[in-house]
Structures are given as C-alpha cells and as structure tokens.
Design a protein around this ligand. Structure first.
Ligand SMILES: Cc1cc2nc3c(=O)[nH]c(=O)nc-3n(C[C@H](O)[C@H](O)[C@H](O)COP(=O)(O)O)c2cc1C
Length: 214
C-alpha cells in the first residue's frame, strides 16, 4: 500500500539566481547578511532554528530552539543540560542547525562541534531574561515525564515562595551551548527547481566555498 499523498502545492521559487560574486568569502559575514534580511522581512521568529542531535548509538532527534547570539566563534542557544538534547550532547558533542526561512525561499544549514558557553556568558544571558522565564527554568525538569500540569504549577508556587522578591540565580543545570561550525550551507530557491546552494567548509584557518547541485 502506498502512503497517502499530500496535495501538491506546486510552489515555484521565484527568486533571482544568487549572485556568486556577491557571496562573501566569510560564511559568518554571509550569515549576518541573510540573518539581517530575515529580521527585517517581518517573518515570525527568524531566530528559530531546528537543532539536530544524536545519541552515541546513532539515534537522531531534532527540535526547535532560539538562536540567542552568534559571532565568529559560533551559534549560541540556551537550554536545560539535563534535557534529552543535553544528554545527547554530553554523549556526542556534535549538532546540526537548520534555519528554515521558507517565506524567504532560503535556508541555512550548519554542522559542527558543540561546546558549553562560559558560566559568565550563561549568567549574563539568564539575568537578561524576564523574571517569569527565570522561574520557569527552575520549574521545568525539561524532558522528564510528569503526571499533570498541576505538578508544574505547584512547583512554581513553591519556588515563588522560596525566592520571594529576591534575586533568582541561574540553575546549574541550565546554560548555553555554542555550535562551532565546520560547514555552513546557504540555499536559495530558483525557478524550475534550479536552486542555488553554496557550501562553506572549514579548511585550516580559512573556509573553502563550493557550489552544490540542487
Ligand atoms: C519556536 C520555539 C522555540 C523554542 N526555543 C527553545 C529554546 O531556546 N530552548 C529550549 O530548551 N527549548 C526551546 N523550545 C522547546 C524545544 O523545541 C523542545 O521542546 C525542548 O527543548 C525539549 O527538547 P528535548 O526533549 O529534545 O531536549 C522551543 C520550541 C519552539 C516551538
């Protein structure tokens, strides 16, 4: 039996071909250009990215997280170190990131090694979060099985009583990860499925760029 077919939406990508000469030699600079365009475009949460991780045994999973910072070192997101993704990253410190900017007919794929950001950097970001989000980080034993939503509300009430009006410190089990890319691919849709793909691979101290077939 064949799988139920999904209606063919027949989307043709209408963008002009990517001008190879205008692509920056530095993939971080190129990411900055596309990210700024995504931010200015009005699409919802352009910093939402799909994070793929794998267990040491090879079992793969993915979920959406938010990009909270990037520079020439890599791409930073924050989460609970004890979560499923945190456990996978402890076993196998590599990840893939995907920015699915479908409305812009673009995507960026990033692969690399993962390291924890410094405690200071995590603290600084944690302090910048609204009080409710800081409490939420304490409440959630992320990815653990729970009986009901009430469990969370009870825990929240306990923590509110415990912390009172005082400072809410960053939990030790919560912090940032940085994906340090060894490859970055920029994809842009083109007419008749003749899309443009440019892959940057780290080579020594620099980057080599190649065009890939769509
Ligand atoms: C738009 C969006 C943004 C999210 N951002 C984060 C985030 O920055 N950090 C995080 O831990 N989870 C975030 N989540 C929740 C994750 O997708 C996921 O459910 C959670 O991290 C548990 O994943 P895990 O069980 O694989 O560890 C976000 C979900 C959505 C839909």
């Amino acid at each position: 039996m064949s799988a139920e077919r999904v209606a063919d939406l027949r989307v043709d990508y209408g963008r002009e071909p990517l001008d190879e000469a205008a692509m920056l030699a530095d993939p971080f600079g190129q990411f900055r250009v596309w990210f700024d365009e995504a931010m200015a475009s009005g699409i919802r949460e352009p910093n939402a990215m799909v994070l793929g991780t794998a267990e040491a045994g090879g079992r793969v999973s993915c979920r959406t997280v938010l990009l909270k910072g990037f520079d020439d070192r890599g791409f930073v997101f924050y989460t609970n170190h004890g979560s499923r993704k945190g456990r996978q990253l402890a076993e196998n410190p590599r990840a893939a990131l995907l920015f699915p900017w479908v409305d812009l007919e673009r995507q960026v794929e990033i692969e690399g090694a993962v390291e924890r950001v410094s405690a200071e950097e995590s603290e600084e970001y944690f302090r910048s979060r609204p009080r409710g989000s800081r409490l939420g980080a304490w409440v959630s034993e992320q990815s653990a099985e729970i009986q009901s939503r009430e469990v969370l509300l009870r825990r929240l009430a306990e923590l509110e009583a415990e912390f009172g009006e005082g400072e809410i410190p960053k939990p030790d089990f919560w912090g940032g990860y940085r994906v340090v890319p060894d490859s970055m691919e920029f994809w842009q849709g083109g007419h008749d499925r003749l899309h443009d793909r440019f892959l940057y691979r780290r080579e020594g101290d620099g980057w080599r760029r190649v065009r890939l077939s769509p």
